[in-house]
Unconditional design. Structure first.
Length: 136
């Protein structure tokens, strides 16, 4: 099974060519190889393998998350009695080589500094968990 998910391209949208599952962020990360990322202008090299992909250079993803998180498991509890959440700035910095994600030490998640084999993207539920917190 392919490790990468090939993204359906839409006219006028800066969609990535591929998504891979990131176990650290628990979401898919996009990679642009045939055209530039519409947001940052970045592109990556790709070895052409859907099973053992290699991308270059490293992927650096920054995003904000809310903590403690609201998950599908505790959503009902949160609706009854919402808890105070604080915004945390997350970093996911990785080098993808031969189907393995090598997380750099500046990653803020639990896999920082580790090498994790990629998993079949299509086997993972890609629906994001509900995020009832306000957008900022
Ligand atoms: Zn990540």
């Amino acid at each position: 099974m392919p490790i990468l998910h090939r993204v359906q391209q839409r006219d006028g949208h800066p969609d990535p060519d591929f998504l891979f599952w990131c176990p650290g962020c628990k979401c898919g990360h996009g990679v642009w190889v045939s055209r530039a990322n519409g947001h940052t202008g970045a592109t990556w090299t790709f070895n052409g393998s859907m099973e053992k992909p290699t991308f270059g250079p490293s992927l650096l993803i920054r995003y904000d998350t809310w903590y403690p998180p609201v998950t599908p498991e505790n959503l009902d509890q949160w609706k009854r009695e919402p808890w105070k959440q604080e915004k945390r700035s997350m970093v996911c910095h990785s080098v993808v080589t031969d189907g393995t994600i090598h997380y750099c030490g500046d990653s803020t998640h639990e896999f920082s500094g580790q090498a994790i084999p990629m998993v079949d993207f299509d086997a993972i539920p890609v629906e994001p968990p509900p995020s009832p917190h306000p957008k900022t």
